[in-house]
Unconditional design. Structure first.
Length: 178
């Protein structure tokens, strides 16, 4: 009787991983929505690119790059999260299967996630610096404060990324000793 309860409970717990599937479907929809926003931004930028200043052109392109990085980040989370926590994706024979697919464990996922966040933060910071005249002229006090906070947040993200990498390296070297 107890063994049957235990088996049922373990089966319920094991199958509860499928509760994560809707999250990943939601992230796929988010990629589609981001694609719509990307296309909208591209259509908005394209006709004006020749008339814009170099700084405005760079800002527009950095916005597209930023959206691309977010979409890449979402795909990494979808693929590796689904494979690590729900089920393996059967794409072994597919010629377009990414090399990293099926090889990104939770630790590598964390590092890829923080690296992507740092890259997105760096692009946002670069956009602010390219647009620095507008930021500082428009708001002499708050503009400087806003820029300072962007730099601080970026530095915190970079330090967090380095600390994540160091913690994973320490954990990896300790696991080899046991």
């Amino acid at each position: 009787m107890l063994k049957k309860i235990e088996t049922t409970l373990e089966s319920l717990i094991f199958n509860s991983r499928w509760l994560l599937a809707p999250f990943y479907i939601g992230l796929v929809v988010a990629v589609i929505l981001l694609l719509v926003k990307f296309c909208q931004e591209f259509i908005h930028i394209a006709p004006h690119i020749l008339d814009s200043t170099e700084g405005d052109a760079i800002l527009a392109i950095l916005t597209l790059v930023d959206m691309s990085l977010v979409a890449n980040l979402l795909l990494i989370i979808i693929f590796s999260g689904y494979e690590n926590f729900v089920s393996k994706i059967d794409a072994a024979g597919h010629e377009d299967k990414p090399d990293w697919m099926g090889k990104v464990d939770f630790s590598a996922l964390k590092l890829k996630l923080i690296a992507s966040i740092v890259a997105i933060s760096a692009i946002e910071l670069l956009k602010a610096f390219v647009n620095i005249e507008k930021i500082l002229v428009a708001d002499s006090g708050p503009g400087e404060t806003q820029l300072m906070w962007r730099v601080i947040i970026h530095v915190v993200l970079v330090i967090s990324g380095v600390l994540f990498a160091l913690m994973d390296r320490v954990a990896e070297s300790n696991s080899g000793h046991h």
